[in-house]
Write a protein that binds this ligand. Structure first.
Ligand code: IPE
Ligand code: IPE
Ligand code: MG
Length: 244
């Protein structure tokens, strides 16, 4: 298949793909295995998709790993996921650094264990000079929670006299979001056949393209990822305007 690139992709401009990694539980249940087996298989997919980003023209990849609502799951599943995040960081840190990947985390760290937060900080620091791919992992992330926290910090700055209500516009608010360092996503992919966004990047995705695919995340290959990214090139984005 001929490689189709968007003007943004071919110009080397930022190209941001965000993924809602869904379907791990069903993948395992279909095989009569515990849900955590699906999460482990899903984590393996992350490596190959990150590696494929440069070839696919993706400069920014954001992955939804754990939502503010996922605490509702059983204690066993939540604890297993937290262990998996630690393992991912331990196993991948060196490879990510060597591959030129800059890793950052978004979401509220307050509810995460201190030792995990320390590992996240260390990985951010270890990869801080990299720039070939910007990988952002959303952990204890919720779009409403993020906007609420941003509004609270903005209100605090106003209380302190650092800003006034007249300074509050979309640009200023965006500077208080977890994603302040990221361009808006161009494309959001959700696996597993669910056509909803489940509180992911609500503010940032205002004009993103969406791709809902049936594949369960543990079956989602780098080839399929690249195909979807390439077919995005044929879509016309109007941003509320009209095309001649
Ligand atoms: C997504 O897979 C991973 C997380 C939410 C952590 P799920 O665990 O939601 O898998 P399904 O949707 O139950 O199949
Ligand atoms: C969204 O998936 C969260 C992540 C992928 C981390 P969920 O499986 O939690 O979303 P719902 O419950 O189907 O909306
Ligand atoms: Mg799910």
């Amino acid at each position: 298949m001929a490689k189709i690139t968007t003007s943004a992709q071919s110009s080397g401009a930022p190209f941001h793909v965000a993924c809602i990694m869904d379907g791990n539980g069903r993948w395992a249940q279909m095989r009569g295995r515990p849900r955590l087996v699906g999460h482990h298989m899903g984590a393996k997919r992350v490596r190959e998709i990150v590696q494929r980003c440069p070839d696919a023209g993706v400069t920014h990849l954001t992955l939804f790993a754990f939502s503010t609502e996922n605490w509702k799951r059983t204690q066993t599943e939540v604890a297993g996921l937290m262990r998996l995040f630690r393992r991912y960081i331990i196993n991948e840190a060196k490879g990510l650094k060597n591959a030129g990947v800059r890793v950052r985390f978004i979401g509220d760290r307050i509810r995460l264990e201190d030792s995990l937060v320390k590992m996240m900080d260390d990985l951010e620091m270890l990869t801080a000079d990299n720039s070939s791919v910007h990988l952002t992992i959303a952990l204890n992330y919720g779009g409403r929670d993020e906007v609420t926290r941003a509004a609270r910090r903005l209100a605090y700055e106003i209380e302190q006299g650092e800003l006034t209500h007249k300074d509050v516009d979309a640009e200023t608010l965006a500077r208080f979001l977890d994603t302040r360092f990221l361009p808006d996503p161009d494309l959001v992919i959700r696996t597993s056949g669910e056509a909803r966004i489940s509180n992911f990047l609500l503010w940032q995705s205002a004009y993103a393209e969406y791709e809902f695919i049936d594949t369960l995340w543990p079956d989602f290959s780098a080839d399929e990822f690249q195909r979807i990214v390439e077919s995005y090139g044929s879509r016309e984005r109007r941003f509320g305007g009209v095309t001649a």
